[in-house]
Design a protein around this ligand. Structure first.
Ligand SMILES: [Zn+2]
Length: 166
């Protein structure tokens, strides 16, 4: 098994505390990424979704995971579970210092997460405290107007990486 931290980096313009929150309708945030087989190294063509509250039984085991998948090529089966409590909001200060910050953590067995897709369901706060919800990062950037600050806010130059942790 390997524990992978999903770390992101972004340029935040007059905005802070960027988090994968889910929709304003109460829907949970869903992670999308491609899957790499630990057996043959094949990376899936399509992105797979992982939702922390959705649990699936692991065949031939009493355990469950947020994703159970079998490789199309070598038939090796693997699973992934979201590990809570390892994530932090991405702040304006992080952005200023160009830091990567973990926003998710995954316990990967037999398969691994690669190529994260930001998509929608993000939330953040203007430096004035204005709340922004339903932020869609599918285009790799986002901008809006903060009435309280009478200035534009934005998210640019999104990057991500998966880092092995303990
Ligand atoms: Zn495989």
């Amino acid at each position: 098994m390997v524990l992978l931290l999903l770390e992101v980096k972004a340029e935040l313009e007059s905005i802070t505390n960027l988090v994968p929150k889910g929709g304003s309708d109460g829907s949970e945030y869903t992670f999308f990424f491609k899957i790499k087989c630990g057996g043959c190294g094949t990376v899936s063509d399509k992105e797979t979704s992982v939702t922390p509250s959705e649990l699936y039984d692991i065949p031939k085991s009493k355990g469950s995971a947020n994703l159970v998948q079998k490789c199309k090529f070598c038939d090796k089966q693997g699973n992934i579970t979201v590990v809570p409590g390892r994530d932090k909001p991405y702040t304006f200060e992080d952005s200023e210092s160009g830091k990567f910050v973990p926003i998710g953590c995954f316990d990967c067995r037999g398969i691994e997460t690669v190529e994260f897709s930001f998509r929608d369901g993000w939330a953040a706060e203007g430096l004035t405290g204005t709340k922004f919800v339903d932020i869609d990062l599918s285009d790799g950037e986002w901008s809006e107007y903060d009435e309280k600050a009478a200035a534009s806010v934005g998210i640019l130059n999104l990057e991500h990486r998966f880092v092995v942790t303990k």
